[in-house]
Design a protein around this ligand. Structure first.
Ligand code: SIN
Length: 477
């Protein structure tokens, strides 16, 4: 199957005709071929987005809300098809893909409402013959660069509020998972979103990113992906003083205090760690368990991991799919090997799972005990199904360990002591804290990190600040 890019309402290939393959990570089958676009195609998409913006910014909030609502309704109508497409290109189990489509739709639903709440203000002036009026206006053309781990939701989380604010967009999806983006583009056209408002370019990340960060008609870049690429984009954007939102890497601590509800903590740990085969920016990376409950926790986790089924995400009952590509599985292997060499014990898993007829990209859900601070699992994002445990003695010590990371996206802890709950939550240097909660992601909250995990917030009313800018009118009367 050959699919095309969306530029100015038209489905087009790369000028050169070149394409690249999208591979099903579970089976190695070629799912589709997509255009290998570059700077020329991206420049055309930016022109289309800019021309469209001149009209789109003048539409009413109700018009924009109604189009976003239509797009959401079409995603709901096609949820099963979109979920299957996602599993084919990304590998996550079908149930998770269905969950992601619902999550993706929730961002559109919310944005359609926010479109109607973009208010200005009138500020009392210091002179009797003046009035100060504050307007909130769309920033303009937005570049949206999204990752492969959530091929739909990371787009709608940006696209919904951008459209609601009156911005137009050029989307560059990840090379591994462009098909979910293209399917969204088809639905955007079907919903009646005007040509040029939503554009999608696939292909060479350097060339596309280079153009998006240097063309002065682009006024905003929202990026979700690695800290390394985020830094590069930020450097490239500096000449243009581009407004940026950066949702970057994480390295979440998951702390279990001696007074935790152990069954709740273990259940949350499983969901938080093994969702999407451990390939999320907010998944638990470092489990710190109080020494008095260490044996209990490790035994609960070992048993729960034993119930996970690894395999092709289209198969009923599979909970853990493949890793996205060969590089990803090699990285997971190297983290486990490094932990072993430095003295950790691998209690469960610790090797690839080879399944007849499938690709060699499945890694066994793994539990490592005896993690120490010098291990790679302790400070680098593993992005795989590996849970590593370290015991602690005091609250003081564990909060210090938790904050010792360069990252600051999500942190989790479990306690039944209300004073400790507030004390620890306040001291954790993270943008998102799950207190007795392993799944804090939700549409109404300000998702985002601090330190090397980036800046900017996505979700709820907060995201509207990212796509709007203030202007005031000093009005002499
Ligand atoms: C991510 O961590 O990659 C995004 C996950 C989410 O929104 O829950």
């Amino acid at each position: 199957m050959q699919v095309n890019n969306l530029i100015n309402g038209q489905w087009v290939g790369a000028d050169s005709g070149a394409t690249f393959e999208v591979i099903n990570p579970a089976t190695d089958e070629v799912v589709a071929r997509v255009p290998l676009g570059g700077s020329t195609e991206t420049e055309r998409a930016v022109s289309a987005a800019h021309d469209a913006w001149l009209k789109w910014r003048g539409t009413t909030a109700n018009e924009r809300a109604s189009l976003i609502d239509k797009l959401a309704a079409l995603m709901r109508r096609d949820a099963d098809r979109l979920a299957r497409l996602m599993t084919a290109e990304q590998g996550k189990p079908l149930a998770e893909s269905r969950g992601e489509i619902a999550y993706a739709v929730s961002f559109l639903d919310w944005a359609a409402e926010e479109a109607k709440r973009i208010y200005g203000e009138i500020i009392p002036a210091s002179a009797p013959n003046k009035r100060i009026l504050v307007f909130r206006q769309p920033v303009g053309v937005c570049a949206i660069i999204t990752p492969w781990n959530f091929p739909s939701a990371m787009i709608t989380r940006k696209l919904g509020p951008a459209l609601a604010a009156g911005c137009t967009v050029v989307i560059k999806p990840a090379e591994d998972t462009p098909l979910s983006a293209i399917a969204l583009g088809e639905l955007a056209l079907e919903a009646g979103i005007p040509a040029g408002v939503v554009n999608i370019v696939t292909g060479d990340p350097r060339a596309i990113g280079g153009l998006l960060t240097s063309d002065q008609r682009v006024r905003k870049l929202s990026f979700t992906g690695s800290t390394e690429v985020g830094r590069l984009l930020m450097k490239q954007s500096s000449d243009n003083l581009l407004r940026l939102s950066m949702e970057l890497g994480g390295h979440a601590p998951f702390i279990i205090f001696d007074d935790a509800d152990m069954s709740r903590a273990a259940e949350a740990a499983m969901a938080c760690k093994f969702r999407n085969a451990g390939q999320t920016c907010i998944c638990a990376n470092r489990f710190y368990v109080h020494e008095s409950v260490h044996t209990d926790f490790v035994s609960r986790l070992s048993s729960a991991i034993g119930t996970l089924r690894v395999g092709d995400g289209t198969q009923e009952g599979v909970n853990v799919g493949p890793l996205i590509n060969d590089e990803a599985i090699t990285k997971v292997e190297s983290h486990v090997a490094d932990a072993r060499e430095k003295g950790a014990s691998v209690l469960v898993g610790g090797q690839r799972v080879r399944i007849k007829g499938l690709a060699d990209r499945f890694y066994a859900p793994t539990l490592i005990d005896g993690m120490t601070a010098d291990m790679r699992v302790h400070h680098e994002e593993t992005f795989g199904p590996v849970a590593a445990v370290r015991s602690f003695r005091t609250e003081e010590e564990v909060v210090e360990w938790a904050n010792s990371s360069q990252f600051g996206l999500a942190a989790y802890f479990f306690t039944q002591n209300a004073s400790r709950l507030i004390r620890v939550a306040e001291r954790l240097e993270y943008g998102i804290v799950g207190a007795n909660d392993g799944g804090p992601s939700t549409v109404q909250a300000p998702f985002g990190g601090v330190k090397q995990s980036g800046f900017g917030r996505e979700g709820g009313k907060y995201v509207m600040d990212e796509y709007t800018q203030l202007k005031y009118i000093s009005w002499g009367v």
